[in-house]
Design a protein around this ligand. Structure first.
Ligand SMILES: [Zn+2]
Length: 462
């Protein structure tokens, strides 16, 4: 049921009667359509306004390779930025305060789709400022009003911007460049509270899938599982800031996330909850928290693989473009063979870019490490049946001392390459970082292998 006073924002430029017809048409379609027949919106035409993130001379990045999902560190609240490979942007919630400086820092100049999952201040507090600060093409919410001043400010900002097209969150699919956003069915408004009517979205970019569902709690999660609309996903935003009431065993069994990001700050609600943390760990998911990491960005590839960037690295699209994804990690994998983006992929497909690769570091050179830098080295092995081009890939330590494999570098099937710290002549098997001092810390370090697209492929910690 539409809240009185909100009707007419969908297609707001149309005459009132026509606008009402549009709304009714959409609602009727939603009531009867399967998801694949649902109303469809294409966010394709804005791409010319989005120059790709500039590649650097150090490591050119094809701009069309990843869907970036950035969980902004907004304290206790949510703000999730989706950036399609072609440059279109969607912002799902806008945190409790002003996030415009963060967006500008990340090079975001316009929002193609702005989504308010539900009208609580920790999700829409920063939204009016976004609307007043940059072009927004579409705005979507659950059609349910709230009584707070924060919510009224949001409505006032929307009223000031009649060029923004309103979309109600009925079942529909929205194209964001080459990614797709599916809006899941909501519970009827009269039956539950705001949290359990959070707009829930499944974002698909090839085999990389993301589930965002605001502050949904047990009731909504049970509803979605019951409808069979919760797919297996790569990335899950922990519902309701990782609250214990934001997860159920059935929901996790359906979603089977590889990565769970908890958007949370200092709070008096006990978020994230210990039972939720145990549940996420119990399905083997890597858990990342904005209160511990700062901004968290997941770079999803069409083949289902992904990389992780955290903190300042995640804050800057330019840094990401430079391939400086430094501190990805996994849990649930043997430490000596940790794999980022080991996907639920069909064996033999291109999806398994990181499968069959092993990385290890010999940090302790014979004699004085600093006098014998070629005595320390990293070994990268390929146990797969096919050669792998590693041209343009980089290998970095935790202090960001990096080696870039040269043009033509190939890791042969069943073979290995060795990267020495010191100087020498590359021969296609042995490579040299050209450094006069030791790089790998004998007491523990992290070796990160990043592919030419800037995605973290492997992380070896010792
Ligand atoms: Zn919240």
């Amino acid at each position: 049921m539409q809240t009185p006073g909100r009707v007419g924002r969908e297609g707001r430029r149309a005459p009132v009667a026509a606008a009402a017809a549009v709304i009714l048409g959409l609602l009727a379609a939603a009531a009867t359509a399967t998801l694949s027949q649902a109303p469809r919106v294409e966010l394709q035409t804005g791409s010319t306004a989005h120059p790709p993130a500039p590649a650097t001379a150090a490591l050119p990045l094809p701009p069309d390779t990843v869907l970036r999902v950035t969980f902004l560190d907004v304290g206790q609240g949510d703000a999730v930025l989706l950036q399609a490979p072609e440059g279109q942007t969607a912002l799902v919630d806008a945190g409790p305060g002003d996030i415009v400086p963060m967006l500008r820092e990340m090079g975001v100049e316009r929002i193609d789709l702005l989504v308010a999952t539900h009208p609580h201040a920790d999700h829409v507090g920063g939204m009016a400022r976004v609307i007043r600060s940059m072009p927004v093409r579409f705005y979507m919410d659950n059609g349910q009003a709230h009584t707070t001043a924060t919510y009224r400010r949001l409505m006032t900002a929307l009223d000031e911007r009649p060029e923004i097209t309103y979309l109600e969150a009925v079942s529909r699919t929205i194209s964001l460049g080459s990614a797709e956003i599916e809006v899941l069915p909501l519970l009827p408004s009269a039956t539950t509270d705001h949290n359990n009517r959070s707009v829930a979205l499944v974002v698909r970019f090839g085999d990389f899938r993301v589930l965002l569902s605001g502050d949904s709690e047990v009731r909504q999660l049970t509803h979605l599982v019951g409808l069979g609309v919760v797919p297996a996903v790569t990335l899950l935003k922990a519902p309701h800031h990782g609250s214990d009431n934001g997860v159920t065993p059935e929901f996790l069994a359906a979603a089977r996330p590889e990565v769970v990001v908890i958007s949370v700050g200092r709070n008096r609600y006990g978020h994230p909850g210990p039972a939720a943390l145990r549940a996420f760990a119990g399905v083997g998911a890597t858990v990342l928290r904005t209160d511990l990491e700062g901004h968290v960005a997941i770079l999803g590839r069409r083949d289902g693989g992904y990389g992780v960037a955290r903190g300042e690295q995640a804050a800057s699209a330019r840094e990401l473009g430079a391939g400086r994804v430094r501190t990805g990690e996994t849990t649930g994998a043997a430490a000596e063979d940790a794999v980022i983006g080991a996907v639920r992929a069909v064996p033999g497909s291109a999806a398994a870019a990181s499968r069959g690769l092993r990385l290890r570091v010999h940090a302790d050179a014979p004699g004085d490490d600093n006098r014998n830098p070629n005595g320390e080295y990293a070994v990268l092995e390929n146990s797969r049946g096919s050669d792998l081009s590693i041209a343009g890939w980089t290998l970095c330590d935790a202090a960001n001392h990096c080696f870039r494999f040269p043009r033509g570098a190939v890791l042969a099937a069943g073979g290995q390459v060795v990267v020495h710290t010191g100087s020498g002549q590359d021969d296609g098997i042995r490579y040299f970082m050209g450094r006069g001092r030791a790089v790998w810390n004998n007491n523990g370090d992290t070796a990160t292998l990043i592919d030419a697209a800037g995605t973290t492929v492997l992380v070896f910690r010792y």
